[in-house]
Design a protein around this ligand. Sequence first.
Ligand SMILES: [Ca+2]
Ligand SMILES: [Ca+2]
Length: 446
Amino acid sequence: MSKQAIKIAIALTIILTIFITLVAGGVLIVINKLELAIKTASPKIVKIRGTDASSSIGVKDSIITWREEDGYNVTHVTTKTPPCHRAIFNPLMFIANKFSSSVTMKLKAVSLTPSTTQLENLTIVFEYDGVKYPQILVRDGSIIQSEGASITVAPQTMVNVIVIVKIGTVAFNREVAVLKTWLEWTLYSISVKQKIVWHIRTLDQKVEYTVFYDGFEHGNSSWKYRRNPLSPGYIGLETGGETIVRDPCDIYPPGYPCPQPENITDRHTPLRGFYQLMIGYRDFYHEPWAQGDEYVWTEVNIPSEIDGVEVKYVNVTVGFRVESWDSANYDWLDIYVIKVGDGGVYLIRQYNPNPGDDYSVFADSGWMIVKAIIIGLQGSKMQLVIHLRTHSDPYYKTWVYIDEVYVKIEFACFTTASLKKPVGLIPLGIKSFGNYPTPPIRRKKK
Ligand SMILES: [Ca+2]
Ligand SMILES: [Ca+2]
């Protein structure tokens, strides 16, 4: 063969090799017919969307696509999870061996960009025949395990691809990092690489999941109550409307200031809908002589995770309205949450629209909404307690309306804004209902 002919033959070989490589999606040099057959066969290692690739309530999602890039059939996997929450996809994807022979396979990391510490955890695990084989581990932006053990996959069986993601404090709808990997599989000693690119993103937007809601439109069966046994106040549902409420001066002893005014018109429109909860002494002539503790509470089970995403922040929201001729040192409202068997947290404490000792002039708080983001409740039972305390004399009526009660799981970060700062559970000193200090002796106002 002439030198020219050799050059042409070499050139043809190179062109053919490049061509076959492009067609096969592999990278090794083709050396025989069997290898050519394996690499140019219609895909026999197939990626299929997993049974846990998304959440029905939207707390996580993933997208799997394929496209041709530089001659390679590249799989792109996008995960979407809430920031500040650990999320598990189990499995996100199946890798099926459609050959009629066993194939060995493993995943190998190539690069992570950017190597941001906001990617606190990315774990890719192959599960086959009930055994888990961790493939790639990323912690705080560093690849600490770049490949897994090779596993042998029998013909016509599938590998479960389990993915765990934890993102730090990142805004919604952002790409946090991209991990490029090779899926390396071998059949008859012939190895092929398939590129899989993992796009780690935050959810498109904040997701809330309501575990409890009551607007009192359909009865109040989920609520329990305990009235002051000595002289119970009113606890029950109330519709909207107008009520003339009287607190006449002629029952007051000398020295006690008269209620101002003695009659008021209470326009008791619910915060929403037609019904609300009412607690207290609006329609009673007197308040009780004995100090009164009226309790209404409900219990809510808080899951530890929802669709594989951890539960961290519980948003408890309560609409309330207090009307009173009395003041905060004598008649007051508490709203608090107890983790059963543990501590609790106040949403509002010792509230009356008249502060301190400023009783006798009627005040109406109007509808107010109190909200707390509470940590530490996951996997437990919580009680939401509403407590109206009245002083041990019959003077200066107080009553309370409650509406639009929510317990929601928040899939977002709560770290900076002070209003949103999560409130931890602290001991309330409440061992049982009614264990309150004696209120002060009413001082006669000048
Ligand atoms: Ca309502
Ligand atoms: Ca009172």
